[in-house]
Design a protein around this ligand. Sequence first.
Ligand SMILES: NC(=O)c1ccc[n+]([C@@H]2O[C@H](COP(=O)([O-])OP(=O)(O)OC[C@H]3O[C@@H](n4cnc5c(N)ncnc54)[C@H](OP(=O)(O)O)[C@@H]3O)[C@@H](O)[C@H]2O)c1
Length: 256
Amino acid sequence: MDPRAVAITGGSSGIGAALARQLAKPDVHLALLGRDPTRLAGVASDCQAKGAVCRTATIDVRDTARISAFLAEFDKEHPIDLLVANAGVLDGRRADQVVEDGATARRVLETNLLATIDVIHSVLPGMRARRAGHIAIVASLAALNPLPDAPAYAASKAALLSYGLGLREALANEGIKVMVACPGFVATAMARVHLGPRPGEISSETAAAHIIEGLEHDRSLIGFPPIPYWFSRLCLLMPEALRRKVTRGTRFHVGT
Ligand SMILES: NC(=O)c1ccc[n+]([C@@H]2O[C@H](COP(=O)([O-])OP(=O)(O)OC[C@H]3O[C@@H](n4cnc5c(N)ncnc54)[C@H](OP(=O)(O)O)[C@@H]3O)[C@@H](O)[C@H]2O)c1
């Protein structure tokens, strides 16, 4: 795994920014996408200091036309070896709600799921023509363990897991690799809106290192840290009453 042209959505912060910094080196071209121009510029400056050439775009990931146009132009100049589809939001029930409202659920699914699929389709034609490329989809351990406090978030990540593994199989003979990454709790800006316990939280640098290692080994699916990953997998198999009991201590609500 020695990508020369990398596009990262959600490159302005957290896991995406840590990945950009770890992949940055001379002769690497990075396309960093996000909404916050100041934070994007800060990440780009760190990457440039390591010798990478950076291009940034402040575009809402749901703006499919602008995202596709930006990625197509970048791909024309620097054929994308690695796409990290990482942008995402966490939203769910507020302290005074039993369940998140419908508008919240829709926004989460549009951002985390539909926009991610659109981003992938923006780079697929180029990768297919070259019969080369690697796609990393950042899902979550929530893909494996339904969240009563953020059901749409968990659903978006479960759908990404299924989508990514299906895509990997579909593209297996096209020279394109796909990996789904399922992080547990990571200390990023997202943590600030998750008001509740965050057992086993790791740094964004550690999360990025796990993702790079998974790509290097061409894994289909990675989950980390190991104990929360296996706990989440087991949870899915448990009878409902037992799952409710063992996950009671991880209930949370979302703050603004
Ligand atoms: N932190 C965790 O505990 C955790 C656990 C499991 C999975 N994940 C997943 O990891 C990924 C990265 O999250 P993070 O933890 O690094 O959180 P973060 O620091 O909040 O980063 C989220 C990134 O997504 C971008 N983003 C969000 N909504 C967007 C939109 N509508 N249009 C364009 N960009 C948008 C943000 O850009 P701007 O800030 O510039 O708007 C930011 O760069 C997400 O998919 C998240 O679900 C996180």
